[in-house]
Each structure stands twice: as C-alpha cells, then as structure tokens.
Ligand binder design. Structure first.
Ligand SMILES: Cc1ncc(C[n+]2csc(CCOP(=O)(O)OP(=O)(O)O)c2C)c(N)n1
Length: 292
C-alpha cells in the first residue's frame, strides 16, 4: 500500500483508550465553556462526544498531516452548532492546537467559529450550521467519489431534531436512488431540540422504520457505549456496497454532567469559574459510576 494511503489508517486505539479520550474531550469542552464568555452548545456537544471520539480516533481514515489526500474519508458535521466538539476532537487527533481553539473561539475572524467554516479552517470538509444541509452535501460528495471510483467513505453526523427538515429526507432518497453504500449517517438521537423535547414538536417515531422505508440499512446503538460504536464502525458495509447506512445513536443531551443531562436549559450556555468546578466534579463522578 502506498505510504500516504497507509497513513490514513492511523492508530486504532482500544475501547478503553477511546473512553479515556472521550473523557478528555468532555473535560476540555467544559473548560472552554467555563472560560468563553458567550454561550457554547454544550448539551449537544456532550451528547455527541463519544461519537466524535469514535469517528476521529478510530473510524475515519484521515491524516492530519495530509488533509487533502484524495483517498481520505470525508466527515461532515450537519449539526454544525456542535463545531467546538469537533474542533477539540480533531485537535486531539493532531489537526489543530487546543490552545488555539481556546484562545480565539467565537471571536471575529477566528478560524474557530461557533459553526464550522471550511474556508477559514482547512481540514473541515463543509461549512455548516444551517441545519438540514449536511446530508445533501454528503450525498453530492459520495456521488462524486463513486464517479471517480474512489474507495473512501463520506460520513455525516446529524442531530435528530434536524432530521425534521425535509432536505434530509430528499437527500436520504437520493442516496438510495444512487446506491450510495459509501455514505454513512450517524444520528445523535438525544431526543431534544433547542427548547423542547423532540417528540412534542414532530412525530419522529417510528424513527428507525422511517430510515428503513427510505431504503437505508439501519443500525441502532447506545451512542455512549464505546464498544458499540466501535462495533458499528467495524461492521459498516464496504464503501463499494450499494446501500447507505444510518447508525442511530441513542444519547443523552448533556451526557456526563448531572445537572445538564436532559435539561432543556443546557442546549447552550456558559459556565462561570464556580460552575466549571461543579461540572468537572460531576463529570469525574459520572466516570467513577460507570467504571464501577
Ligand atoms: C435551519 C436552522 N434552523 C434553526 C436553527 C437553530 N438551531 C440550532 S440548534 C437547534 C436544535 C437542533 O436540534 P438537534 O438537531 O436535535 O440538535 P441537538 O439537540 O443534538 O443539539 C436549532 C433549532 C439552525 N441552526 N438552522
């Protein structure tokens, strides 16, 4: 195998190592939320932290030192408001420096905006933030990969709330019509929107059946169980297969910090110094509980 392609494989950390990285990712997120003066989308960052870790540290074939490698997997963050979680997960993989994120996050002209911008931040594959756009862009990229005969995957992370957008389902149909087995969607199914519980606003259920009806293979997992995330990634069909896959990850908004979990008030917010210590202690306690 050519060196530049072999490097895309990267290390494959164990489940225990990935769990440690997810803890570090959450800690770094909380620190940023404790120092940044504006609001951070901390609830949906924490719900997706394990998914980001599994993708950037295990599943995605990407090389932080060769970001334009044509054979790399493409990752698109459709729930663009979770950008900071992606930046930190990528920094832990070697794409950016964490200090650079903390120093400039959310400032005018910073590369690290509240939503990701591929022009400002090379390594980011798509500019997102207006919900409902990531999957349509991913379909185009997957189609292009197919036409070129490339073997990479296109992976898109969506919020469950944003799948209330019609554009998501148009993209889902197009993916099936074009037999895009190189396309994988992960859904952060935390069952909350910005200010309400998902099912109160839109009848999402029977949610997995809806994806099946659109011709997708559906995998349902606990999105906080690293072993399940790794297994789902390991069992993805080959990129040259003909059916797109959606991995529906059952998650908890605010996961890891008890006073944020399932709390609608923590879709976005900021922690002062005192609450930061409280949040870090809660995170540590949650880890202790899970390792017992
Ligand atoms: C088109 C569009 N409409 C509204 C918003 C504002 N908005 C930001 S986050 C959010 C809630 C999204 O819910 P979900 O996709 O489930 O994300 P999560 O709960 O995981 O943060 C909304 C409505 C937006 N970014 N884009």
């Amino acid at each position: 195998m050519r060196d530049d392609v072999a490097r895309l494989e990267g290390d494959r950390p164990s489940v225990a190592e990935l769990e440690d990285r997810a803890f570090e990712l959450r800690s770094k997120l909380l620190h940023l939320c404790g120092t940044y003066e504006g609001a951070v989308h901390i609830g949906g960052d924490l719900s997706a932290a394990d998914i980001f870790t599994a993708l950037f540290h295990y599943g995605l074939r990407v090389d932080p030192h060769d970001i334009s490698n044509p054979h790399r997997d493409r990752f698109l963050l459709s729930k663009g408001h979770a950008a900071v979680c992606m930046y930190i997960a990528m920094s832990m993989r070697g794409f950016f420096s964490y200090e650079g994120i903390v120093d400039t996050y959310g400032q005018l002209d910073s590369a690290y905006g509240m939503h990701p911008c591929k022009v400002q931040l090379p390594g980011v594959e798509a500019s997102t933030g207006s919900l409902g756009h990531g999957l349509p862009i991913a379909v185009g990229m997957a189609l292009s990969g197919r036409h070129r005969g490339d073997a990479h995957r296109v992976v898109c992370l969506l919020g469950d709330g944003e799948t209330g957008e019609g554009s998501v389902w148009e993209a889902a149909m197009a993916a099936r019509s074009n037999s895009l087995g190189n396309l994988v969607a992960f859904v952060d199914r935390n069952r909350q929107l910005m200010t309400s519980h998902a099912e109160e606003r839109i009848a999402f259920e029977p949610y997995p059946d809806k994806w099946r009806a659109f011709g997708w293979d559906v995998v349902e997992i606990d999105g906080h169980d690293m072993a399940s995330l790794v297994k789902a990634i390991d069992e993805l069909p080959a990129p040259d297969s003909d059916r797109p896959t959606v991995v529906i990850c059952e998650t908890v908004k605010g996961k890891g910090v008890d006073f944020m979990e399932r709390n609608l008030a923590w879709h976005a917010g900021s922690l002062g110094a005192e609450d930061l210590q409280r949040a870090l202690a809660a995170l540590e306690a949650s880890r202790q509980k899970e390792t017992v």
